[in-house]
Each structure stands twice: as C-alpha cells, then as structure tokens.
Write a protein that binds this ligand. Structure first.
Ligand SMILES: Nc1nc2c(c(=O)[nH]1)N[C@H]1C(S)=C(S)[C@@H](COP(=O)(O)O)O[C@H]1N2
Ligand SMILES: [Mo]
Length: 418
C-alpha cells in the first residue's frame, strides 16, 4: 500500500492515522525527513551483488549494530567472578538473543566436553545413577519460554538512584526458550525416597556453586536444560547442562550441573547462608527467598537514549513476575500523578517477559516516566519507599521497586527516585 501512495498524501495518511490513535499525537515523522519529496537515490550496495551465503557460517548482526553488546562493570574481584549485562535498551519483543543474555559467573566459564560430562543423582534415592548427556537427551523433553533474573539485579537502587544506565541497572535480566527434561522425569528414573524433602544442586565450575532446592519445586516445573533459543546451551550459560527453576532467583538455576543429592533438610551451602539472604532492619535475615517478585521497567526511553526533539514517541518496556502472568501495566508520564494503562503485547506468558507500550507525545518540558506492574494474583509493584519501609537498607537482593526516569528539557534522561 505504501508504494502506491504519493509522498504528500502519505504524509496526510500518517497525520490522520496518528490523530485517530489518540488525542495527544502529532505527526510521527519529523518535518526534516518527511518534507522532501525527492527521488530515491540508487545506493552503491544496490549496484553490485553482495556477499554470498555462508559469508558467516554462524550469522552475525550488521556491523552497524556493533554497539549492541553485553557490558560489564569493572574488574572481577577474583578470577572469573563477575557478570555482564544485557543491553535491554536496544532490544525488541520479549526474547533475548542468546549472544546478549547476561552472564553471572562465580568462578569463570568452564569449557566442558559433553562426552565426559556426567550428572550424578544420589542421596535419598532408590537407584543412585550417573547420567551421560546422551542418557538425558533421550528422555521426554519440553520447551518453555521463561525469564531469568539475577536477584542482585537493580541491587544498587536500594540506597537511592544507582547507575544512569538501563543496561547497568536492570541488565541482569533475560528471557529465552529453554529446552530440557523435566527434573520430575529423572527423579522418577532414580526413585525418590519418601524421606527426601530437599535436593542439593551442584555445578562443575571451579566455584562448585551449589543451592538447595525444595523437592516440591523439583517435582513441579524444574527443568534439566540442555538447549536455549533452539540450540545447545552456550558455554557461558551452562553447557552442556543446567538446572532451570521458573520464577525463582537466577542463582538457583545452577549451571554446568554435575550433581543432585537428595536429602531431608536444606544443605546450607555458601550461596544460601553468607549470600543470597536478605538482611532486615532488626538484624535478622530472610533466607530461601526463592520467588522473584513482580517488576517492570521502561526500556525506551531510558538513560541510554536521548530524545532529540519534542513530539511523538512510543514508550516501551518490560514487565515480569515469578508468580505467573502479568495482568496490567500502568505508565505515568508525570512523575506518578496520573497513570494510564499500557497495551500488553502478545504473547503474555507465564513467568516470561511481557512487552508493554504506550503512545506518548513529549511536549519538551522536563518530566518523569514510571511504570508499575500488576500480576494475576493482584500483587502491585511497590514504590522504593514501600520496599525500604518493609525491608530496610541492608539488603542487596530482590529490589523490585518502580523505576523512575527523568527526562530533562534537553532530552537527556537520568535515573531518579521520586
Ligand atoms: N555453577 C554455577 N551456576 C550458576 C552461577 C555460577 O556462578 N556457577 N551463577 C548463578 C547466578 S548468580 C545467576 S544470576 C545465573 C546466571 O545465568 P546466566 O549466566 O546464564 O545468565 O546462573 C546461576 N548459576
Ligand atoms: Mo545471580
């Protein structure tokens, strides 16, 4: 249709379309680009055949997208112990491309030969078993789209605005399709002792990272994952095998999984005693805080962008919850005085990222943008103040408050708390 419409009436159409879409909207294309009805030039790349197929046997993004990469903050405190963040400000839809999925390693990325890798399942079981990868891949599998979030994500926001970058504030977050064997299938193979109530999951990395998993979760929806977004796991995400626990904090999805031990009590590993507990104002700590609470963030515009002029913009963002589905997202474009209901983009999946959008006309005046997610259980994403009132300031994990982005008159966007 657009080809048969001459430029001038095409502009009228755009105006009419945006007028229909909402009272606040003006022409979506700036006068500088829309105002010139010149013939299209034939560019150099249209005059000669391009690169052949298999230019890259494994596909690569355009060279013009080379800034869309994971980024890391500073140096590792000891070898291999660091993380990299997903560039949420540059992504669309709900699936994180595998090469941009955030990483969190406690002792680097082990390079494991799948032929030599074994999964031991022992403890309170009838038949202790060593599984090869071939053994596991033969079993019935499922594929599920789920969010993975580090419980340390946005941890720097507890004591006031953290970093002025969406990638660094919220980038320990991704959403992928995960393929693997339900853990319940493997547990049936080995025969669970009725005494068993917890499972120790241990990684084959130099950290030997381990966590205790309640048997109820193991039998419910835990997965032994070997593929991500349609291909085998990448080394940095646990190749050849990881645990995946939908809706639970990322730390529990143990990568490079080598051992599952069934027992009758939690195992009190380092990662659930000294770490991944939440200190409270009265000096006690919350422990085994597995569930990732409901959260959202505006991914455009964000501090990683700059608005060049007043006019129409589509506000876009992500909402998610470890409890199930997102029911509604409210967006404020005036620092929380008024809220509008955002559109939720299909599909809205259980414990996956949900994309929301809201048309917005920026009048060029300073303002504050916020989003607030509500899940199907009725839980409403809290303000920072509500969260600090309930949990104090000593926690590093599970910060899920409403995020505020301040838009200044010059279009520069900063991280603020209101
Ligand atoms: N064996 C092992 N598993 C691990 C980790 C690790 O360092 N070692 N990091 C955990 C943490 S803290 C998180 S948030 C997730 C990150 O998964 P990703 O790197 O695939 O994004 O893996 C978890 N599983
Ligand atoms: Mo994490």
């Amino acid at each position: 249709m657009s080809r048969s419409v001459p430029p001038s009436s095409r502009r009228q159409f755009l105006r009419a379309g945006t007028a229909l879409a909402g009272a606040a909207l003006a022409p979506a294309v700036s006068a500088a680009t829309a105002g010139q009805a010149q013939p299209l030039e034939v560019a150099p790349w249209s005059k000669t055949p391009g690169e052949p197929a298999l230019w890259h046997p494994y596909g690569q993004p355009s060279a013009y997208e080379k800034n869309v990469v994971r980024r890391t903050r500073g140096n590792a405190p000891f070898p291999g112990a660091n993380s990299s963040m997903t560039p949420l400000q540059d992504l669309f839809g709900i699936i994180t491309p595998t090469g941009l999925v955030f990483e969190r390693h406690h002792a680097g990325i082990p390079l494991i030969d799948p032929g030599q890798h074994r999964l031991a399942v022992h403890g309170l079981v009838a038949r202790p078993t060593l599984f090869t990868m071939d053994d596991l891949v033969r079993l019935p599998s499922v594929s599920r789209i789920h969010v993975l979030e580090c419980s340390g994500n946005t941890g720097r926001e507890w004591k006031g605005p953290g970093t002025a970058s969406l990638q660094f504030s919220h980038g320990l977050l991704s959403c992928c399709e995960w393929t693997g064997v339900p853990l319940s299938v493997v547990l049936e193979e080995v025969g669970v002792d009725p005494q068993a109530s917890w499972i120790l999951a241990e990684g084959a990395d130099a950290a030997g990272m381990s966590r205790s998993i309640p048997i109820s979760k193991a039998l419910d929806d835990a997965l032994l994952v070997y593929a991500q977004n349609g291909e085998r796991l990448r080394p940095e995400h646990g190749y050849p095998l990881r645990l995946f626990l939908p809706g639970f904090e990322g730390n529990m999805s143990v990568k490079w999984l080598r051992r599952l031990k069934l027992g009758s009590a939690p195992f009190m590993s380092r990662e659930e005693t000294s770490k991944y507990t939440d200190s409270l104002p009265d000096g006690t700590a919350r422990q085994f805080t597995f569930l990732m609470e409901t959260k959202s963030v505006i991914t455009f515009p964000a501090p990683d962008h700059r608005l060049r002029e007043a006019g129409f913009y589509q506000i876009s963002g992500l909402a998610w919850t470890g409890r199930g589905r997102i029911k509604r997202v409210d967006v404020s474009t005036d620092g929380g005085r008024n809220w509008s209901t955002a559109a939720l983009q299909e599909p809205v999946l259980d414990r996956a990222l949900t994309r929301f959008t809201l048309p917005w006309r920026w009048d060029g005046a300073p303002t504050v943008l916020q989003s607030r997610a509500i899940d199907e259980s009725g839980y409403v994403q809290p303000t920072g103040r509500q969260l600090v009132d309930a949990r104090g300031l000593e926690s590093n994990y599970h910060f899920n408050a409403i995020q505020s982005w301040k838009v200044a008159a010059d279009g520069v966007i900063t991280n603020v708390q209101v």
